[in-house]
Design a protein around this ligand. Sequence first.
Ligand code: UDP
Ligand code: MN
Length: 286
Amino acid sequence: RSLTAPSFPTSLKDVFISVKTSKRFHRSRLDVILKTWHTLAKDQIWFFTDDDDLRVAKRVQSGHLINTKCSSSHNRSSLCCKMAAEIMAFASTPDKRWFCHFDDDNYVNIPALVKMLQHFNPEDELYLGKTSIPEPINVLDHIQDQRKNVSKKKVSFWFATGGAGFCLSRPLVEKILPKVRDNAFVATGESIRLPDDVTVGYIIEHLFKTRLTPVPKFHSHLEALKLIPQESFSDQISFSYSTYSDQEQNIVQIGGLSEAKDPTRFLSIHCHLFPGTIKACDRIVR
Ligand code: UDP
Ligand code: MN
């Protein structure tokens, strides 16, 4: 499909970009996002967090730092609570056609994201993302009958890795809303006992029978990021970073600023894609 020319008139203003974060990452992770890719799409990016923070609120569009009031602990129900808040916020922003979720350790290549979406009809029910495992996941479903007897059944489905980013079209979001609103998403996550991104896959693929469309241009730190060739960066939709161990970082391989000045590589990626657009690029000798 990527060989065909983009054929739908989607533009940046049609996209709702949602970034999941938490109070303790506002400095360590949001600052570099605010310096880089956020500058290209301020009006479309919303941050979903778990506390108020005037310092960040001042740097984003008014109302775009959302305190979900979800718990800030890293457990399933608080992460599912946040994912549900992200999807519900999109649902009540009717001028946007696409919902795209990212984590706060993602770099999002805005033009590449829009270009990818132009290949798909926003009127269709679409679930676009990167699978992290080469097989569908097998899950024990806990089904409760009217007498509250619980039976377990094996179900199998694909899901898109939340840490790479994924997009849902509005018709798909409208369809799954009954399984998102009023705590339904958290309850579903609890019933399969798996993380929020797996719960999204379970709801879309298993409950509503819409198949994931794999888009390999999303990247999470579950892959070896140094394997992405620099010549292809302008085509890639998302990047990430993480630490394998004290010695080794899983980061994108790119020249530019030193690892000391740019440990996430996001400044260097941004200067590579959009030369000269931010001050940090001035320090790069070409
Ligand atoms: N996160 C969160 N609350 C937490 C921990 C993490 O909202 O208590 C968010 C975090 O900001 C990020 C995503 O969940 O957007 C994934 O977290 P992280 O990258 O730390 O862990 P991973 O699952 O990638 O190992
Ligand atoms: Mn992560």
